[in-house]
Design a protein around this ligand. Structure first.
Ligand code: CTP
Length: 500
């Protein structure tokens, strides 16, 4: 088997081999590093298994680098972690060779050490009871045949591939399969069910039938896995080249019903009086794939996943109109923080970005009609701000018609919207613009706490400027503020406020 390692990787592996020899323990490379080398993917970490004390081996490896790399370990699990940080080691190039151009793995290379083990899991927990074992025991208890491949780092057969479950062949045939009975492997660790789907999505592999049947049978056991681990896998699915593969498998297996039921609600087409609507689940997946061809931005991809999430709850059949989903963008926007909270996704600027895109995703379509005013264009530019390009990408990905003529027409319409927006932006500089009077100034002058009237006055100023009713100047905004406040029976507590 021809496995290509970089100079730096070979250098690190030699150090491990020497430390293992000194300690007198059989040592092997195992897991994702071996798999990815055979596939030809970049690697930035490696798992090392030894028949003995993994923590002690890691300590000895660390001592062979100068300066000594960061070392951490979990005694209960018998695992240790080393981070070989080339930027630190660069100075002493005698110790670590410079990274060549091809080595895209960046500065740090992570090493995970573990002693070979057979594990027995408790049914309601993912925490294993660790019992020392042989290399074969260890390979057996791994998740998939493609992840159970080992390469010897021992002097007598250095570099030899040990493949007891025909993993290399599974890589060639693009098959995901468990080394043991899948029910056993998934019962040991139910997260592996989502991992199987994640690898299928990332690598474009097929999950073997018996293995997939076991996922269907065991899907309910995913409930013992922490949300963080589930979400990590979900993000990897979203980040894969064709994320629809992963989502469709999650759906077919029944896992999606448990981990993300709002997405399942999108599935299916209802009919009334012979009129049906499209299947919004498969539509969403198509939008996600379309977008993924254009961007690797995880959060923009999340916006695709969630853009129609409120269609099921806003769906109505209206006589003479057919199916409608009025307000699904607003209701969908409100669902974003709830879904992010449930999935333990960050509740920060990323969440706000996703929400904004969900809320605005119909706006550019409304601007494809005729006689659109500059003020409507200015409003979109103001509301989308720096996320305007991301929004347009989402809208273009949202075109999923099978009719090529329609697709062409819709794309051309969006090109016109982009052009109009560019013209108006060049003229009025709306993106990143802020009205000359903000909420804080309004509160200061009328002695108000954050409250509804502040929002009313603020919006009135913003709207008047965007609609071209008043010029974009502090003085005009100030006069409008006084007028609006008067209508609301508010009296200034300060007589003067300077432009800031
Ligand atoms: N493993 C396992 N069961 C799990 C997680 C991991 O059997 N639930 C084993 C597999 O042999 C896997 C190795 O531990 O290859 C390392 O796990 P991890 O680093 O999570 O995954 P990789 O296979 O390295 O893949 P990736 O880096 O893409 O996550």
């Amino acid at each position: 088997m021809d496995i290509k390692c970089t100079e730096r990787e070979l250098f690190i592996l030699k150090k491990i081999a020497h430390a293992a020899e000194e300690l007198g323990v059989e040592t092997y490379l195992i897991g994702g590093f071996v798999r990815d080398k055979i596939i030809g993917r970049n690697t930035k970490d490696a798992d090392i298994v030894c028949v003995g004390d993994g923590i002690e081996l890691a300590k000895r490896v660390a001592k062979r680098f100068k300066p000594e790399p960061k070392f951490s370990y979990f005694k209960n699990f018998g695992t240790a972690h080393l981070r070989i940080d080339s930027s630190k080691h660069k100075e002493s190039s005698k110790v670590l060779p410079p990274i060549d151009e091809e080595d895209l793995t960046g500065a740090a290379f992570d090493l995970e050490f573990v002693g070979a083990r057979k594990e027995s899991y408790r049914y309601h927990s993912r925490k294993p009871e660790v019992i020392a074992g042989t290399l074969k025991d260890d390979q057996e208890r791994r998740d998939f045949t493609i992840n159970a491949l080992a390469i010897s780092l021992n002097e007598n057969d250095y570099g030899k591939l040990i493949d007891p479950f025909d993993g290399v062949n599974d890589i060639k045939r693009k098959i995901i399969r468990t080394p043991l009975d899948p029910l056993q492997t998934f019962s040991d660790d139910p997260l592996r069910m989502i991992r199987a789907i994640r690898f299928a999505s990332q690598l474009g592999f097929t999950i073997e039938e018996k293995t997939f049947q076991a996922i269907k049978d065991e899907a309910n056991r995913i409930t013992i896995v922490s949300q963080e681990r589930i979400t990590d896998e979900l993000i990897k699915i979203i980040d894969s080249a064709k994320p629809s593969i992963g989502f469709d498998l999650l759906y077919q297996s029944g896992l999606l019903h448990i981990i993300f039921p709002q997405m399942v609600d999108l599935a299916g087409a209802e009919y009334k009086d012979g009129i049906g609507h499209k299947d919004n689940f498969y539509h969403t997946l198509k939008v996600l794939d379309n977008l993924s061809e254009k961007t690797g931005d995880t959060w923009l991809r999340w916006a695709a996943v969630l853009h129609d999430i409120a269609k099921p709850v806003t769906k109505k059949f209206e006589e003479g109109h057919g199916w409608t989903f009025h307000g699904h963008e607003v209701v969908g926007g409100r669902m974003v923080p709830k879904i992010f909270t449930k999935l333990k996704l960050p509740l920060n600027e990323k969440m706000k970005f996703v929400r904004k895109l969900v809320e605005l995703h119909l706006r550019p379509i409304s601007l494809t009609k005729e006689n659109i005013t500059d003020s409507a264009i200015r409003r979109l530019l103001f509301d989308a701000g720096e996320d305007f390009d991301a929004l347009m990408m989402l809208c273009e990905a949202d075109i999923t018609s099978k009719n090529r003529w329609k697709v062409k027409k819709y794309m051309e319409n969006f090109q016109l919207v982009r052009k109009r927006c560019q013209e108006v932006e060049e003229k009025d500089r709306i993106r990143g613009w802020q009205p000359p009077i903000n909420g804080e100034m309004i509160m200061e002058i009328f002695g108000l706490q954050p409250s509804k009237p502040v929002g009313i006055i603020k919006d009135a100023i913003k709207d008047a400027i965007l609609d071209g009713v008043i010029p974009n100047s502090f003085e005009d905004a100030y006069q409008l503020m006084l007028k609006k406040a008067n209508e609301l029976n508010l009296k200034p507590v300060k007589s003067e406020l300077r432009s800031r």
